[in-house]
Ligand binder design. Structure first.
Ligand SMILES: [Zn+2]
Length: 638
């Protein structure tokens, strides 16, 4: 959509350029107007003019109702090396500048500083003399190789990303074909089941996929993957994929879509991009170690990463000619979001909760519920049964501490299989808190590698954590995840130490005993009756974790290509109440909070009995239609 271009396929961009130019005086020196994915970028040679006249951009946003960003034209931007030197000399030494990252595509530079509050935003203008737009972040006290990997990807794909963002923009802002507004939802996975979450939202003008996960417990392709095969939709016809959060049962299928020809945008929050990069790479690594062929390769993960468009929570973003997207905090894991879709100009509003926690945890704020409008609610039902009520958090914590003490005092070890993301950090905070107060017997807590990396990602995005944690990390420069109790197992060779040193707590991935170090530890821990396996997260049907929790006395597992039988002689328990999901009462309270009144509720992400039971409760209490579709069912929403 360059303003120099005369016409582009009869689309409306000319009028967008018209509005912009009409609002901007020549002194603003706007030389180009380009699409940057869902944003419209104004390239100016005189950014200072916009600083002095702060109303200009908001005025344009108001008249266009689109996201507009100001970019500095390259001709007045200093080359990276020069800008690097200038910035380094300008910043106060005590701010502790650790890293600078220059993104050529947006002209933004991210400054990682140990003490960001020492940077005075007044004296350091948003666009300083270098012509780069500044973004100041708290430098994490633990380096993250995943964040490095993403920066490297951004650097090495500058020209492809520029072209991709322009093309996506052309597509998003294309002319609508019909003025009609019909909306249909098709369930493709994660309906009447937990796993392979995926659904298609269709309007007269667009097709949007929400989540694309794999089923962790399924053994064969038809049940492992979302049923896109059934759709007869060309992947090229899909306008956008929107990802609620990083867990594999919501994201695991994404690289496969890129492998088979999807080349459109993936919308998610910044921490979600970092977490899927970590989790999908790890899933691939584990399967390669076990000698299995996996559904995708590293290059497919890279394709996914370079097509990601990260957007902050609370920002309205056009993702197709007739759909606007807003993310809201879902309180489930770092970066997890409820997806709000606004269809047509006020025609229909859909909220998909994703996985959500409508309650406090030490790590995250509870899910938001203040949507401007919502007619259709698509809600998860993991704990949909009336009896799925969790004890208050304090009770949960104390029961957890008692259970661990009992094993440690009997000379045993406690293995906590834990998902690397979310539960691991929550449990670390709990263990540290109670050990410090002597409620929990003091002992070494061994942490397996992958948890360390996930924790480093949490430290990189403290603005997504609870206010208290954010203040500790940003304000006091603390690292709440590094204390004298934790020992990080940097290499598998150090596992012997964890296994030989008497009573100990071991936290290891995966949380459902589906491969990874938790299974390695299980072989040693499970045979001794003094030990304990203590689950802290939901165990999906079909996983080894679920079988062990359900009382299996023996499990078979693959060890170097051979089947090995392990006796489960140790104690097995599950700590209730740490879940990142809402319990039954929280689900009901959330529905009750939504205003104005809902037109319908659609339930997903729950075992059949839970979904049916919740459907019954919600329709009786709220007297609104409740649907519990199965995979391949469609529901007309508008
Ligand atoms: Zn989840």
């Amino acid at each position: 959509m360059s303003q120099r271009r005369e016409n582009h396929g009869g689309a409306r961009p000319q009028s967008i350029v018209g509005v912009i130019l009409h609002n901007i005086p020549p002194e603003a020196a706007v030389v180009r107007v380009e699409y940057e994915g869902p944003r419209i970028a104004l390239y100016s040679k005189n950014p200072a003019y916009f600083e002095a006249n702060g109303h200009i951009i908001p005025d344009i946003v108001n008249s266009l109702k689109k996201r507009v960003v100001l970019r500095v034209d390259e001709s007045v931007r200093k080359p990276e090396e020069e800008a690097r030197e200038t910035l380094a000399s300008m910043l106060p030494r005590d701010a502790g500048l650790e890293n600078m990252f220059f993104d050529e595509v947006t002209g933004e530079v991210t400054l990682d500083c140990r003490v960001p509050k020492l940077i005075d935003h007044q004296s350091l203008k948003e666009f300083d003399s270098t012509g780069w737009k500044l973004r100041v972040k708290k430098a994490p006290s633990m380096g993250s190789t995943t964040v490095q990997q993403i920066m490297h990807m951004l650097k090495s794909t500058t020209s492809e990303r520029t072209a991709f963002l322009r093309e996506s923009g052309e597509r998003i802002f294309r002319e609508r074909l019909l003025e009609k507004n019909e909306v249909r939802l098709t369930a493709l996975g994660g309906y009447k089941e937990v796993g392979r979450s995926c659904m298609l939202v269709e309007t007269n003008d667009s097709k949007v996929l929400l989540d694309a996960g794999m089923h962790p417990g399924a053994r064969g392709p038809p049940d492992s993957y979302p049923r896109l095969d059934w759709l007869q939709v060309d992947l090229g016809d899909i306008d956008a994929i929107v990802l609620s959060h990083a867990h594999i049962d919501h994201s695991g299928f994404l690289p496969v879509l890129y492998k088979y020809g999807y080349s459109g945008p993936l919308y998610c929050t910044e921490p979600t991009l970092a977490l899927i990069t970590l989790l999908l790479t790890d899933a691939l690594k584990i399967s390669t170690i076990e000698g299995n062929r996996y559904a995708y390769e590293m290059k497919d993960i890279r394709a996914m990463m370079s097509h990601a468009i990260t957007i902050p929570q609370g920002t309205v973003t056009d993702i197709s000619p007739d759909i606007k997207l807003v993310f809201y905090n879902a309180g489930h894991i770092l970066g997890s979001s409820a997806v709000h879709l606004h269809v047509g100009e006020g025609a229909h509003n859909v909220v998909y909760t994703g996985d959500f926690k409508f309650g406090r945890s030490l790590l995250l704020e509870p899910a938001s519920f203040n949507f401007p409008r919502v007619e259709t609610l698509i809600m998860e039902s993991t704990y949909g049964n009336k009896t799925d009520v969790m004890p208050p958090r304090e009770e949960t914590d104390l029961a957890f501490a008692r259970s661990i003490n009992e094993t440690l005092q009997g000379g045993g070890k406690v293995l906590i299989p834990v998902p690397a993301v979310g539960r691991a950090q929550e449990i670390m905070l709990v263990l540290d808190h109670y050990m410090r107060r002597k409620v929990l017997a003091e002992t070494t807590i061994f942490i397996e590698g992958m948890i360390r990396e996930a924790t480093a990602i949490h430290l990189y995005y403290p603005e997504f954590l609870t206010k208290e944690l954010k203040d500790r990390i940003m304000g006091n420069g603390e690292n709440p995840f590094v204390t004298e109790y934790f020992t990080i197992v940097e290499h598998p060779s150090r596992r012997d130490e964890a296994l030989s040193s008497g009573p100990a707590i071991i936290m290891a991935t995966s949380g459902m005993l589906e491969g990874g170090p938790s299974v390695q530890y299980l072989q040693e821990i499970a045979t001794d009756q003094r030990n304990k396996i203590l689950f802290v997260s939901y165990q999906v049907q079909g996983t080894m974790g679920r079988r062990v929790l359900d009382g299996a006395k023996q499990v078979g597992l693959m060890d170097n290509g051979k089947m090995k039988i392990v006796d489960i002689n140790c104690k097995v328990e599950k700590a209730e109440g740490f879940s990142g999901h809402s319990d039954y009462n929280q689900l009901i309270r959330y529905v009750a909070k939504l205003r104005p009144r809902l037109q319908r509720v659609i339930l997903n992400h729950g075992e059949r009995r839970k979904v049916e039971s919740l459907a019954d409760s919600v329709s009786r209490m709220f007297r609104i239609p409740v649907y519990d579709p199965a995979v391949l069912d469609s529901v007309k929403l508008y």
